[in-house]
Write a protein that binds this ligand. Structure first.
Ligand code: UDP
Length: 403
Protein backbone atom coordinates (compact mmCIF):
# COMPACT_ATOMS: atom_id res chain seq x y z
CA UNK A 1 0.00 0.00 0.00
CA UNK A 2 1.47 3.37 -1.05
CA UNK A 3 0.54 6.50 0.92
CA UNK A 4 0.15 9.71 -1.04
CA UNK A 5 -0.29 13.09 0.60
CA UNK A 6 -1.75 15.86 -1.60
CA UNK A 7 -1.38 19.43 -0.32
CA UNK A 8 -3.70 22.19 -1.50
CA UNK A 9 -5.59 25.25 -0.29
CA UNK A 10 -9.14 26.41 -0.96
CA UNK A 11 -7.98 29.72 -2.43
CA UNK A 12 -10.37 29.74 -5.39
CA UNK A 13 -11.76 26.42 -6.59
CA UNK A 14 -8.92 25.32 -8.84
CA UNK A 15 -6.48 23.84 -6.33
CA UNK A 16 -9.05 21.56 -4.73
CA UNK A 17 -10.34 20.55 -8.17
CA UNK A 18 -6.79 19.63 -9.28
CA UNK A 19 -6.14 17.71 -6.05
CA UNK A 20 -9.39 15.76 -6.43
CA UNK A 21 -8.64 15.05 -10.08
CA UNK A 22 -5.24 13.57 -9.18
CA UNK A 23 -6.67 11.64 -6.24
CA UNK A 24 -9.44 10.08 -8.32
CA UNK A 25 -7.11 9.20 -11.21
CA UNK A 26 -4.73 7.44 -8.80
CA UNK A 27 -7.61 5.62 -7.13
CA UNK A 28 -8.94 4.53 -10.53
CA UNK A 29 -5.54 3.17 -11.56
CA UNK A 30 -4.48 1.58 -8.28
CA UNK A 31 -7.74 0.89 -6.42
CA UNK A 32 -6.29 -1.56 -3.91
CA UNK A 33 -2.76 -0.27 -3.59
CA UNK A 34 -3.02 3.35 -2.63
CA UNK A 35 -4.12 5.44 0.35
CA UNK A 36 -4.55 9.13 -0.44
CA UNK A 37 -4.93 12.02 1.97
CA UNK A 38 -5.73 15.58 0.90
CA UNK A 39 -4.80 18.39 3.28
CA UNK A 40 -5.80 22.05 3.11
CA UNK A 41 -2.53 23.25 4.62
CA UNK A 42 -3.41 26.87 5.32
CA UNK A 43 -6.82 26.11 6.80
CA UNK A 44 -5.77 23.24 9.06
CA UNK A 45 -2.08 23.67 9.84
CA UNK A 46 -1.34 27.40 9.77
CA UNK A 47 -1.78 30.17 12.33
CA UNK A 48 -3.50 33.52 11.78
CA UNK A 49 -3.52 35.18 9.24
CA UNK A 50 -2.62 32.30 6.84
CA UNK A 51 -5.46 30.21 8.24
CA UNK A 52 -7.91 32.64 6.61
CA UNK A 53 -6.24 32.55 3.19
CA UNK A 54 -9.34 30.96 1.56
CA UNK A 55 -11.49 33.91 2.71
CA UNK A 56 -8.85 36.57 2.10
CA UNK A 57 -8.12 35.56 -1.51
CA UNK A 58 -11.47 36.42 -3.16
CA UNK A 59 -11.95 39.37 -0.77
CA UNK A 60 -8.70 41.05 -1.86
CA UNK A 61 -9.18 40.37 -5.57
CA UNK A 62 -12.80 41.53 -5.63
CA UNK A 63 -11.91 44.75 -3.83
CA UNK A 64 -8.61 45.75 -5.36
CA UNK A 65 -7.30 44.10 -8.44
CA UNK A 66 -4.68 46.85 -8.77
CA UNK A 67 -3.11 46.03 -5.41
CA UNK A 68 -3.19 42.33 -6.23
CA UNK A 69 -1.53 42.99 -9.58
CA UNK A 70 1.18 45.12 -7.98
CA UNK A 71 1.79 42.57 -5.24
CA UNK A 72 2.01 39.81 -7.82
CA UNK A 73 4.58 41.67 -9.92
CA UNK A 74 6.69 42.83 -6.98
CA UNK A 75 6.93 39.35 -5.50
CA UNK A 76 7.55 37.56 -8.78
CA UNK A 77 11.34 37.37 -8.52
CA UNK A 78 13.63 34.70 -7.14
CA UNK A 79 14.87 36.92 -4.31
CA UNK A 80 11.41 38.11 -3.21
CA UNK A 81 10.15 34.55 -3.22
CA UNK A 82 13.08 33.40 -1.08
CA UNK A 83 12.56 36.20 1.42
CA UNK A 84 8.77 35.84 1.68
CA UNK A 85 8.97 32.08 1.97
CA UNK A 86 11.49 32.36 4.79
CA UNK A 87 9.20 34.78 6.62
CA UNK A 88 6.17 32.58 6.14
CA UNK A 89 8.09 29.48 7.14
CA UNK A 90 8.92 30.93 10.55
CA UNK A 91 5.17 31.32 11.21
CA UNK A 92 3.97 28.01 9.91
CA UNK A 93 6.90 25.66 10.54
CA UNK A 94 5.30 24.16 13.63
CA UNK A 95 2.10 23.42 11.74
CA UNK A 96 3.95 21.94 8.78
CA UNK A 97 5.98 19.61 10.97
CA UNK A 98 2.80 18.51 12.75
CA UNK A 99 1.13 17.91 9.40
CA UNK A 100 4.03 15.76 8.18
CA UNK A 101 3.95 13.76 11.41
CA UNK A 102 0.21 13.23 11.21
CA UNK A 103 0.24 12.22 7.54
CA UNK A 104 3.22 9.93 6.92
CA UNK A 105 3.57 9.39 3.18
CA UNK A 106 5.60 7.67 0.46
CA UNK A 107 5.26 10.72 -1.75
CA UNK A 108 4.11 14.29 -1.07
CA UNK A 109 2.39 16.26 -3.85
CA UNK A 110 1.60 19.99 -3.86
CA UNK A 111 -0.82 21.77 -6.19
CA UNK A 112 -0.41 25.25 -4.63
CA UNK A 113 2.37 27.68 -5.54
CA UNK A 114 2.93 29.02 -2.00
CA UNK A 115 3.42 25.51 -0.65
CA UNK A 116 6.37 24.56 -2.86
CA UNK A 117 9.18 26.12 -0.86
CA UNK A 118 7.49 25.84 2.52
CA UNK A 119 6.96 22.10 2.16
CA UNK A 120 10.40 21.48 0.71
CA UNK A 121 11.97 23.33 3.61
CA UNK A 122 9.96 21.38 6.15
CA UNK A 123 10.82 18.07 4.48
CA UNK A 124 14.52 18.94 4.54
CA UNK A 125 14.45 19.08 8.35
CA UNK A 126 14.27 15.29 8.51
CA UNK A 127 17.03 12.79 8.04
CA UNK A 128 15.08 11.02 5.34
CA UNK A 129 12.17 12.37 3.38
CA UNK A 130 9.70 11.10 0.80
CA UNK A 131 9.92 12.41 -2.78
CA UNK A 132 8.18 15.74 -3.34
CA UNK A 133 6.24 16.41 -6.55
CA UNK A 134 4.88 19.83 -7.54
CA UNK A 135 1.97 19.96 -9.98
CA UNK A 136 1.74 23.51 -11.34
CA UNK A 137 -1.91 24.54 -11.64
CA UNK A 138 -1.52 27.96 -13.23
CA UNK A 139 -1.40 27.73 -16.99
CA UNK A 140 1.00 30.19 -18.54
CA UNK A 141 2.07 33.19 -16.43
CA UNK A 142 3.32 31.05 -13.58
CA UNK A 143 4.66 32.80 -10.47
CA UNK A 144 8.22 32.17 -9.24
CA UNK A 145 6.64 30.71 -6.05
CA UNK A 146 5.93 27.54 -8.01
CA UNK A 147 9.57 26.64 -8.55
CA UNK A 148 12.19 25.21 -6.21
CA UNK A 149 15.31 23.50 -7.51
CA UNK A 150 15.20 20.92 -4.72
CA UNK A 151 11.86 19.31 -5.72
CA UNK A 152 12.03 15.83 -7.19
CA UNK A 153 9.55 16.41 -10.00
CA UNK A 154 7.80 19.53 -11.32
CA UNK A 155 4.90 18.83 -13.68
CA UNK A 156 3.79 21.86 -15.69
CA UNK A 157 0.74 22.50 -17.88
CA UNK A 158 2.28 24.37 -20.82
CA UNK A 159 5.59 25.10 -22.56
CA UNK A 160 5.71 28.71 -21.21
CA UNK A 161 5.37 27.30 -17.68
CA UNK A 162 8.25 24.93 -18.49
CA UNK A 163 10.42 27.84 -19.74
CA UNK A 164 9.64 29.75 -16.58
CA UNK A 165 10.86 26.75 -14.58
CA UNK A 166 14.15 26.79 -16.51
CA UNK A 167 14.52 30.52 -15.77
CA UNK A 168 13.98 29.74 -12.08
CA UNK A 169 16.90 27.32 -12.12
CA UNK A 170 15.20 23.94 -12.53
CA UNK A 171 16.72 21.38 -14.93
CA UNK A 172 14.82 20.31 -18.03
CA UNK A 173 14.86 16.69 -16.84
CA UNK A 174 13.36 17.66 -13.49
CA UNK A 175 10.24 18.93 -15.29
CA UNK A 176 7.66 17.63 -17.74
CA UNK A 177 4.88 19.34 -19.69
CA UNK A 178 1.87 17.19 -18.87
CA UNK A 179 -1.06 19.62 -19.15
CA UNK A 180 -3.22 20.69 -16.21
CA UNK A 181 -4.96 17.93 -14.24
CA UNK A 182 -8.68 17.85 -14.98
CA UNK A 183 -11.06 15.40 -13.31
CA UNK A 184 -11.11 11.93 -14.93
CA UNK A 185 -14.87 12.31 -15.42
CA UNK A 186 -14.11 14.85 -18.14
CA UNK A 187 -11.90 12.34 -19.90
CA UNK A 188 -13.83 9.10 -19.51
CA UNK A 189 -17.47 9.75 -18.82
CA UNK A 190 -18.49 12.97 -20.56
CA UNK A 191 -22.17 12.69 -21.43
CA UNK A 192 -23.69 13.69 -24.77
CA UNK A 193 -25.57 17.00 -24.89
CA UNK A 194 -29.09 15.56 -24.98
CA UNK A 195 -28.50 13.22 -22.01
CA UNK A 196 -26.85 15.96 -19.96
CA UNK A 197 -29.69 18.44 -20.58
CA UNK A 198 -32.32 15.86 -19.74
CA UNK A 199 -30.52 15.00 -16.51
CA UNK A 200 -30.32 18.69 -15.58
CA UNK A 201 -33.92 19.52 -16.52
CA UNK A 202 -32.83 22.08 -19.12
CA UNK A 203 -34.56 22.95 -22.42
CA UNK A 204 -33.41 20.21 -24.80
CA UNK A 205 -33.03 22.29 -27.97
CA UNK A 206 -32.08 25.87 -27.01
CA UNK A 207 -28.43 26.93 -27.39
CA UNK A 208 -27.04 27.03 -23.86
CA UNK A 209 -24.74 29.64 -22.32
CA UNK A 210 -22.90 28.53 -19.18
CA UNK A 211 -21.49 31.23 -16.89
CA UNK A 212 -18.80 30.46 -14.26
CA UNK A 213 -16.63 32.78 -12.17
CA UNK A 214 -14.33 30.14 -10.67
CA UNK A 215 -15.19 28.48 -7.39
CA UNK A 216 -15.89 31.86 -5.74
CA UNK A 217 -18.17 33.44 -8.39
CA UNK A 218 -15.62 36.22 -8.99
CA UNK A 219 -15.60 39.24 -11.28
CA UNK A 220 -18.54 41.16 -12.84
CA UNK A 221 -20.73 38.07 -13.24
CA UNK A 222 -23.94 39.84 -12.31
CA UNK A 223 -23.41 42.71 -14.79
CA UNK A 224 -22.36 40.29 -17.54
CA UNK A 225 -25.41 38.07 -17.02
CA UNK A 226 -27.72 41.12 -17.10
CA UNK A 227 -26.04 42.42 -20.28
CA UNK A 228 -26.64 39.04 -21.96
CA UNK A 229 -30.21 39.07 -20.66
CA UNK A 230 -30.82 42.52 -22.19
CA UNK A 231 -30.04 41.13 -25.65
CA UNK A 232 -33.18 38.91 -25.50
CA UNK A 233 -31.40 36.08 -27.29
CA UNK A 234 -32.97 32.77 -28.26
CA UNK A 235 -31.03 30.71 -25.74
CA UNK A 236 -31.02 29.44 -22.16
CA UNK A 237 -28.69 30.82 -19.54
CA UNK A 238 -27.02 28.80 -16.81
CA UNK A 239 -25.27 30.78 -14.08
CA UNK A 240 -23.05 29.16 -11.44
CA UNK A 241 -22.55 31.53 -8.53
CA UNK A 242 -20.10 29.17 -6.78
CA UNK A 243 -19.52 30.03 -3.11
CA UNK A 244 -20.66 33.63 -3.70
CA UNK A 245 -24.00 33.58 -1.85
CA UNK A 246 -24.60 37.31 -2.27
CA UNK A 247 -24.32 36.96 -6.02
CA UNK A 248 -26.70 34.00 -6.05
CA UNK A 249 -29.32 35.88 -4.04
CA UNK A 250 -29.01 38.93 -6.31
CA UNK A 251 -29.38 36.82 -9.46
CA UNK A 252 -32.38 35.02 -8.01
CA UNK A 253 -34.16 38.27 -7.27
CA UNK A 254 -34.14 39.25 -10.98
CA UNK A 255 -36.59 38.60 -13.83
CA UNK A 256 -35.00 36.90 -16.85
CA UNK A 257 -35.91 37.13 -20.54
CA UNK A 258 -34.89 33.53 -21.32
CA UNK A 259 -34.98 30.26 -19.37
CA UNK A 260 -32.35 30.82 -16.70
CA UNK A 261 -30.95 28.31 -14.20
CA UNK A 262 -29.01 29.64 -11.21
CA UNK A 263 -26.83 27.31 -9.14
CA UNK A 264 -24.67 27.62 -6.01
CA UNK A 265 -21.33 25.75 -5.91
CA UNK A 266 -21.86 22.63 -8.02
CA UNK A 267 -20.13 19.26 -7.90
CA UNK A 268 -21.24 18.05 -11.34
CA UNK A 269 -19.32 20.41 -13.63
CA UNK A 270 -18.67 17.68 -16.24
CA UNK A 271 -22.45 17.30 -16.74
CA UNK A 272 -23.05 21.06 -16.84
CA UNK A 273 -20.31 21.57 -19.42
CA UNK A 274 -21.51 18.59 -21.48
CA UNK A 275 -24.97 20.17 -21.70
CA UNK A 276 -23.70 23.62 -22.80
CA UNK A 277 -22.64 25.29 -26.07
CA UNK A 278 -20.72 28.39 -24.94
CA UNK A 279 -18.82 29.12 -21.73
CA UNK A 280 -18.70 32.67 -20.38
CA UNK A 281 -16.02 32.62 -17.69
CA UNK A 282 -13.23 34.39 -15.89
CA UNK A 283 -9.85 33.18 -17.11
CA UNK A 284 -9.45 30.46 -14.45
CA UNK A 285 -6.94 27.78 -15.51
CA UNK A 286 -9.08 24.88 -14.24
CA UNK A 287 -12.27 26.05 -15.93
CA UNK A 288 -10.48 26.78 -19.23
CA UNK A 289 -8.79 23.36 -19.26
CA UNK A 290 -12.09 21.60 -18.51
CA UNK A 291 -13.93 23.59 -21.17
CA UNK A 292 -11.36 22.67 -23.83
CA UNK A 293 -11.73 18.96 -23.07
CA UNK A 294 -15.53 19.36 -23.18
CA UNK A 295 -15.24 21.23 -26.52
CA UNK A 296 -16.74 24.44 -25.09
CA UNK A 297 -15.51 27.67 -26.71
CA UNK A 298 -14.90 30.40 -24.14
CA UNK A 299 -15.84 34.07 -23.82
CA UNK A 300 -13.54 35.39 -21.10
CA UNK A 301 -15.18 38.26 -19.23
CA UNK A 302 -12.42 38.79 -16.67
CA UNK A 303 -8.90 37.72 -15.67
CA UNK A 304 -7.14 38.00 -12.32
CA UNK A 305 -4.05 40.12 -13.07
CA UNK A 306 -0.88 38.08 -12.72
CA UNK A 307 -1.60 34.41 -12.60
CA UNK A 308 -4.47 34.56 -15.13
CA UNK A 309 -3.06 37.18 -17.53
CA UNK A 310 -1.29 34.58 -19.67
CA UNK A 311 -4.42 32.45 -19.86
CA UNK A 312 -6.13 35.09 -21.97
CA UNK A 313 -3.45 34.94 -24.71
CA UNK A 314 -3.42 31.15 -24.45
CA UNK A 315 -7.15 30.99 -25.25
CA UNK A 316 -7.25 33.79 -27.82
CA UNK A 317 -4.07 32.84 -29.73
CA UNK A 318 -5.23 29.23 -29.99
CA UNK A 319 -8.65 30.30 -31.28
CA UNK A 320 -10.45 28.64 -28.39
CA UNK A 321 -12.23 31.86 -27.44
CA UNK A 322 -12.20 35.65 -27.09
CA UNK A 323 -11.46 38.16 -24.33
CA UNK A 324 -14.22 40.71 -23.66
CA UNK A 325 -13.33 42.52 -20.44
CA UNK A 326 -16.58 44.46 -20.04
CA UNK A 327 -20.19 43.26 -19.84
CA UNK A 328 -21.59 44.85 -23.07
CA UNK A 329 -18.67 43.41 -25.07
CA UNK A 330 -19.21 39.96 -23.56
CA UNK A 331 -22.93 40.12 -24.38
CA UNK A 332 -22.15 41.23 -27.95
CA UNK A 333 -19.79 38.25 -28.37
CA UNK A 334 -22.50 35.84 -27.14
CA UNK A 335 -24.96 37.39 -29.59
CA UNK A 336 -22.45 37.16 -32.47
CA UNK A 337 -21.59 33.53 -31.76
CA UNK A 338 -25.24 32.52 -31.54
CA UNK A 339 -25.87 34.41 -34.79
CA UNK A 340 -23.31 32.17 -36.52
CA UNK A 341 -25.66 29.23 -35.95
CA UNK A 342 -24.90 25.57 -35.28
CA UNK A 343 -22.11 25.45 -37.89
CA UNK A 344 -20.27 28.37 -36.30
CA UNK A 345 -20.57 26.88 -32.82
CA UNK A 346 -19.31 23.52 -34.09
CA UNK A 347 -16.23 25.15 -35.63
CA UNK A 348 -15.50 27.02 -32.38
CA UNK A 349 -16.05 23.84 -30.38
CA UNK A 350 -13.48 21.99 -32.52
CA UNK A 351 -10.94 24.75 -31.92
CA UNK A 352 -11.44 24.43 -28.17
CA UNK A 353 -11.12 20.63 -28.34
CA UNK A 354 -7.73 20.93 -30.05
CA UNK A 355 -6.38 22.72 -26.96
CA UNK A 356 -7.69 20.11 -24.50
CA UNK A 357 -5.25 17.73 -22.77
CA UNK A 358 -7.42 14.86 -21.56
CA UNK A 359 -4.37 12.68 -20.83
CA UNK A 360 -2.82 15.16 -18.41
CA UNK A 361 -4.35 13.72 -15.26
CA UNK A 362 -3.31 10.17 -16.21
CA UNK A 363 0.27 11.21 -17.00
CA UNK A 364 0.46 13.09 -13.70
CA UNK A 365 -0.92 10.11 -11.83
CA UNK A 366 1.74 7.84 -13.46
CA UNK A 367 4.50 10.27 -12.51
CA UNK A 368 3.35 10.38 -8.88
CA UNK A 369 3.01 6.62 -8.74
CA UNK A 370 6.57 6.21 -10.06
CA UNK A 371 7.86 8.57 -7.35
CA UNK A 372 5.93 6.59 -4.71
CA UNK A 373 8.02 3.50 -5.57
CA UNK A 374 11.28 5.25 -4.66
CA UNK A 375 12.99 4.59 -1.33
CA UNK A 376 13.14 7.48 1.17
CA UNK A 377 15.63 10.15 0.15
CA UNK A 378 18.44 11.01 2.58
CA UNK A 379 18.69 14.74 3.20
CA UNK A 380 22.31 14.62 4.37
CA UNK A 381 21.41 16.45 7.55
CA UNK A 382 23.90 14.60 9.70
CA UNK A 383 22.58 15.42 13.12
CA UNK A 384 18.99 14.35 12.42
CA UNK A 385 17.68 10.86 12.92
CA UNK A 386 14.03 10.85 11.97
CA UNK A 387 12.77 8.85 9.02
CA UNK A 388 9.69 10.72 7.82
CA UNK A 389 8.44 7.83 5.76
CA UNK A 390 7.77 5.75 8.88
CA UNK A 391 4.56 6.19 10.85
CA UNK A 392 5.54 8.80 13.38
CA UNK A 393 2.15 9.78 14.69
CA UNK A 394 2.99 8.49 18.15
CA UNK A 395 6.48 9.93 18.32
CA UNK A 396 7.74 13.39 18.97
CA UNK A 397 10.09 14.48 16.16
CA UNK A 398 13.51 15.79 16.95
CA UNK A 399 14.06 18.85 14.83
CA UNK A 400 17.48 20.30 15.23
CA UNK A 401 18.05 22.72 12.46
CA UNK A 402 16.48 25.51 10.45
CA UNK A 403 18.09 27.22 7.53
N1 UDP B 1 -16.00 24.65 -9.80
C1 UDP B 1 -16.86 23.71 -9.27
N2 UDP B 1 -18.07 24.13 -8.85
C2 UDP B 1 -18.48 25.41 -8.96
C3 UDP B 1 -17.60 26.37 -9.51
C4 UDP B 1 -16.36 25.95 -9.93
O1 UDP B 1 -16.53 22.53 -9.17
O2 UDP B 1 -19.60 25.71 -8.56
C5 UDP B 1 -14.66 24.18 -10.23
C6 UDP B 1 -14.39 24.35 -11.70
O3 UDP B 1 -14.96 23.27 -12.42
C7 UDP B 1 -12.87 24.37 -11.71
C8 UDP B 1 -12.56 25.09 -10.40
O4 UDP B 1 -13.72 24.99 -9.58
O5 UDP B 1 -12.35 23.06 -11.64
C9 UDP B 1 -12.25 26.55 -10.61
O6 UDP B 1 -10.92 26.64 -10.95
P1 UDP B 1 -10.31 27.83 -11.78
O7 UDP B 1 -8.86 27.55 -11.90
O8 UDP B 1 -11.05 28.00 -13.05
O9 UDP B 1 -10.61 29.13 -10.93
P2 UDP B 1 -10.36 29.52 -9.39
O10 UDP B 1 -11.64 29.33 -8.68
O11 UDP B 1 -9.27 28.63 -8.87
O12 UDP B 1 -9.94 30.95 -9.43
Amino acid sequence: MKRILILFSDTGGGHRAAAEAIRDALLAQHPNDVKIEMVDVFRHYSPFPFKYMPEMYPWIINRSKTSWSMGYRLTNTHNSVRLISRGMYVSIEKGLMRMLREHPADVVVSVHSLLTRLTMQALMQWEQRPPFVVVVTDLVSTHAFWYDRKVDRCLVPTQPAFERGLESGLNADQMRVTGLPVHPEFTTRLKDKATARQELGWEPTLPTILMVGGGEGMGPMYQTARAINDKRLKCQLVIIAGRNQTLKAKLESEQWNQPTHIYPFVTNMPVLMAGSDILVSKAGPGTISEACIAGLPVILYDAIPGQETGNVDYVVQNDAGVFTPNPPEAAAAVSKWLGEGAEGLKRRSENALRLGRPNAVWDISDEIWAQAQRPPIPTNRRNLFIDLTRDLTKRVPVKTRRF
